[in-house]
Design a protein around this ligand. Sequence first.
Ligand code: PLP
Length: 368
Amino acid sequence: MQTIPFVDLVTQYQSIKSDVDDAMQRVLDDASFILGKTVDEFETQFAQFVGTKHCVGLSNGLEALRLALTVLEIGAGDEVIIPANTFIATALAVTAAGAKPVLVDCDATTFQIDPNLIKSAITPRTKAIMPVHLTGHPSDMDPILQIAQQYGLHVVEDAAQAQGTQYKQRECGSLAQIGCFSFYPGKNLGAFGDAGAVTTDDDRLAERIRRIRHYGQRVKYDHVEKGTNARLDTLQAAVLSVKLKHLRQWNQQRAEHATRYEELLSGVGDICTPICAPWATHIYHLYMIQTEERDALQKHLNANGVQTGIHYPIPIHLQVAYTDLGYKPGDFPVAERLAKRILSLPMYPELQDAQQDYVVEQIKAFFQ
Ligand SMILES: *Cc1c(COP(=O)(O)O)cnc(C)c1O
């Protein structure tokens, strides 16, 4: 029996080993482990990649989201609109900033926050909308930005799954006031540990996040606000700079695998393959199919060596951690239906045709 991993970080490391090892060795030789020129270089490169004036490297994606809200002066008594269908960190960032997440259901075809439902979630306390480019497909940003303008709201992009995703040929992370990225190892651009960043064109916001991540100091030991320690680790920056050079190609390979899955899975059982909107450049962080037989299919695949995932099995409003928000089952029917039907198949740039064929064979066997 073959084993097809859900992601394969070992093969990716092998493919760039000498460059990554050299880059890490340079940091070790300098013994310069906190900030410094390696971090500066990655920030410059990533800002260029996204097409923003600034990138500020941070310790992880959750901190990126939290600090984005903080520098927009969003906190106690404020509300932030987020999708019900997202990873928990989106909501945690809002509560960590002291504000209240207000949930909105998602679009059934793109899985992204449904712009048509945003207006009815706006109250006098609403300060921001935080769309999440979930799975690596962009949210429909134009109507979101239009609503934000109309109501005087900030927009913060959760681009944790969207390194290279484009909306109408424009890079995610450059579409609103602040873009927030995670470089968790399993993301399309992943570090060798925790890492994250914000991107923005706003000098003042960038400068303030830069200060807060480093104890709120203006210059050494001169602390002008109560900051924190949320710096991007220098060794991680070294790894990320090497990997960034390959990101476009890796995303392209993922898109090719997605096309191939779509062809091979067409007409198999009741499977729905993921939709890519005409305005989207999808980077397939996740390749998510839908079926009524999800649990049984996942069990069958697991028994036959195919690793899969569910992103995510419980929408935010049904998480025990967020019972205080007062939502109940049925409040976000699209997100709830998806949570029961979705299954993420193995997807990574290095996925071989033969491995993909095996995954599809096992899915076909299940439906026969
Ligand atoms: C990964 C992720 C985050 C959090 O990033 P970390 O680096 O793990 O803190 C936030 N939002 C979404 C949508 C994510 O997928």
